[in-house]
Design a protein around this ligand. Sequence first.
Ligand code: 5AD
Ligand code: FES
Length: 350
Amino acid sequence: MNERIKYLADKLHHSHTLDRSEFHELVSGRTEESAQYLYGLARDVREEIYGRDVYLRGLIEFTNYCKNDCLYCGIRRSNRSADRYRLTEKQILDCCQTGYQLGFRTFVLQGGEDPFYTDERLCSIVREIKKLYPDCAVTLSVGERSRESYARLREAGADRYLLRHETADAGHFAKIHPGELSLEQRIRCLRDLKELGYQVGCGFMVGSPYQTIDSIVADLEFIKEFQPHMVGIGPFIPHHSTPFAKEPAGSLELTLYLLAIVRLMLPDVLLPATTALGTIHPRGRELGLLAGANVVMPNLSPTEVRSKYLLYDNKICTGDEAAECRRCLERRVESVGYKIVVSRGDWREK
Ligand code: 5AD
Ligand code: FES
């Protein structure tokens, strides 16, 4: 094995950080052998803290309307061919009921940035879920909002918030987003969320157009500095009606490698094996668990709308019922020696 890469992996394992040039070397100098070594370290760390437990999050994709126009995303506003939908409060609560019976204790409300969901409407949904399921956590993933809005939603009972930073390299951010969005603003949102007492998740895509090793290193440095409770990492996958339709997808192998690095940097982080990872490889999520991930987020959205929430092409599970995904994941998780637990799965300080 490349001794230098092994040394850097061990150093990261013990000190939980590296300097910029070392991160660069660790990423660019990776080999199949050193990757396997890194995954082993990441698994050890994950098992010290979370044992063999895997946490479940039920994803409810409640609107695919979006006022933004991110160049990579299939539900961007310029995609006129997207068939738009919104779920009613009643439909969302029905998803939670199904989910609760299947053992879900976290509901993730995810949607595009849809102005229809004012603070009033969204707070009412959050309050209702918390009233009916007081033993469950509610996670929001609805993009950039004002600090006041985040504060109201927190007061209504939201526990966690997912907002990927997408890339911590401002130049790269500008190449994959429309001019109205900025990295600065995204980071402002993340800091507000943390100050308001949410468990916060940031994250990025692997292999998005124009991404370089330097941008990945910037992501790692940002994550180290921000200290999120959760990190969402998945491969970029092209969507046929976006400007990036002809761009290649991100690689399985680099995504797994970065999952392992993040586990070593933040030993107690909640790290999902994402749907995008399951889309680029039939056993992508299982491999993610074996590289240090400890969360899975199956879809709880009603089957009728699943094929409309398409951020990228070939998304898995669009034809399945919630119960099928639950059973399918149970088997997949067990096939790699882990076990799904019925728990809120809160962040645990080491
Ligand atoms: N490929 C992979 N991931 C994508 N996302 C959006 N579009 C794509 C795509 N084409 C990710 C973004 C976003 C999350 C909800 O989905 O990182 O934050
Ligand atoms: Fe949905 Fe496997 S997780 S069918």
